[in-house]
Design a protein around this ligand. Structure first.
Ligand code: PLP
Length: 466
């Protein structure tokens, strides 16, 4: 009989994981703290051609890229002379499950099937569950999704409940939990019990699957405008979206394109807190995940996370929930595109940025997501109001996360804030070093940190000698 206590299951974590993803992460370990990221991506994942072919067969990819003509007219109107970059949007809602997450799931689930697993499991409250469920349905695999849905009063956020509905529609079994540490325990126990594949968001399969998105953007823009985009903005939470897209852009040759992350500012709210859990409106694309994952990527459910944003991010912008609600309505009413909040986080950031950039520049918002009963502004705002959040029209500058939602009264009030990337890099270094000192590290470790945060080796040494 196996010990199924919390300690017992957690103690077997490494073995359970090894069986469930079929990757021996140890072979990529180097030095004291580092691992060979590129070697892991090259050895484990699939080539671009293979992934494009897998995705073609599973109703993923080749999504349209639209110019937002009416929004762009407004941007010009509110920009200084000569400014006002053009904004395009990649309509990822057109993927089988309604979001870019289908790209991630398609490669993972294909791999699970190829390796002979009978089913797949994913721990996620987001669109990824639906994506895995949709792909599993196509491949005839069983699918279990473990979700953190409720606070301790059994109150669930409408967007998460919406996602449970969607997973079930694709035939998955959904296990709904309250917020807390039992998520990981339940997940491990299920993996061990069923012998299913861990379709983690963070394996090389998942992240490589998103590379096709960056690749397509570069190719579509080249074909349309004869040049690569100047900026691509990706909504950032766990980091796979930005990492995969950036890698795809580089693989297509768009090496000068700036990659910018965007998240909703939820400063002061803690995602693992029962009290704060329902004080956010959007369940994804916020700083509550964005900052911890950027500065400590290996906090994931696999030993080495393939999503590592500080390797690729050139800037990080935050926007408020109110700005995203405004932009969601704007996209529907000016462009005839009714889409969910996640991609609109990047759209809000793109609008602020476009006003500062020259008019001949091009910004691509790299995704939209589907919308549905739980993702609409109405249920979200009603839920917020029922949770004591003060909602009013005004200047989003006044916003206090978890206390207010301030919906702009005018387009010119959409103004994202730049987060200090240098600070995030310092935080990353602190996290990875723990109590170690520069002298404790091998050269390979110092080079690793430099690659991880996109700075020179000299700069790393400077950070470490502070
Ligand atoms: C539609 C959508 N966009 C963006 C994100 C953010 O992606 P990531 O967690 O990889 O940073 C998510 C998932 O969290 C999502 O579901």
């Amino acid at each position: 009989m196996k010990d199924l206590s919390y300690q017992g299951v957690m103690g077997r974590k490494n073995d359970i994981m090894k069986d469930a993803v079929g990757i021996d992460y140890d072979v990529f370990e180097r030095g004291k703290i580092s691992f060979d990221y590129e070697e892991m991506m090259n050895n484990v994942a699939y080539s671009m051609e293979e992934m494009q072919s897998i995705q073609r067969e599973t109703k993923v990819g080749n999504t349209p890229l639209f110019e937002l003509h009416n929004v762009n007219k407004l941007i010009k109107k509110y920009s200084p002379e000569g400014k006002g970059a053009r904004v395009f949007i990649k309509d990822e809602a057109a993927n089988a499950s309604g979001s870019f997450k289908a790209r991630r799931a398609s490669i993972s689930v294909y791999h699970a099937k190829k390796m002979g697993y009978k089913g797949v499991i994913a721990a996620t409250s987001g669109n990824y569950g639906a994506a895995v469920a949709s792909q599993a349905a196509m491949h005839g695999l069983k699918c279990i999704i473990v979700q953190e849905v409720y606070d301790s009063n059994k109150k669930g956020q409408p967007e998460i409940i919406e996602k449970a509905r969607k997973c079930e529609a694709f035939g998955a079994e959904v296990i709904q939990l309250t917020v807390g540490p039992e998520l990981f325990y339940t997940f491990l126990k299920l993996l061990e019990e069923t012998g299913f594949f861990n379709a983690s968001l963070y394996t090389p399969f998942g992240i490589a699957g998103v590379e096709t998105l960056g690749y397509e953007i570069a190719e579509q823009m080249q074909e349309r405008e004869g040049k690569y985009p100047d900026v691509v903005i990706a909504t950032h939470a766990g980091g796979g979206n930005l990492t995969g897209t950036a890698r795809g852009l580089i693989k297509a040759g768009a090496t000068d394109c700036k990659v910018i992350g965007a998240s909703v500012d939820l400063k002061g709210l803690h995602m693992a807190s029962d009290k704060d859990f329902n004080r956010k409106s959007f369940t994804t694309g916020h700083t509550g995940f964005g900052i911890p994952f950027a500065t400590q990527p290996d906090r994931a459910d696999v030993p080495r996370n393939a999503a590592r944003v500080l390797r690729y991010m050139d800037e990080y912008l935050t926007v408020t929930q109110g700005e995203v609600f405004y932009v969601t309505e704007m996209l529907a009413q000016l462009e005839g595109l009714e889409r969910g909040p996640a991609g609109n986080v990047s759209l809000a950031a793109a609008i602020s940025l476009a006003k500062e950039m020259d008019e001949d520049k091009i910004i691509v918002v790299q995704e939209t997501e589907y919308t549905g009963a739980g993702k609409h502004p109405m249920p979200q705002l009603t839920f917020a109001r029922n949770n004591g959040i003060h909602i009013y029209r005004g200047n989003p500058k006044e916003n206090v996360p978890g206390k207010t939602i301030v919906i702009p009264t005018s387009f010119d009030q959409i103004n994202g804030k730049r987060l200090d990337l240098e600070n995030l890099k310092i935080k990353y270094v602190k996290n990875i070093m723990g109590d170690m000192k520069l002298l404790d590290l091998d050269d390979v470790d110092i080079q690793y940190i430099a690659d991880e945060i996109k700075v020179s080796v000299e700069r790393v040494k400077e950070f470490l000698s502070k």
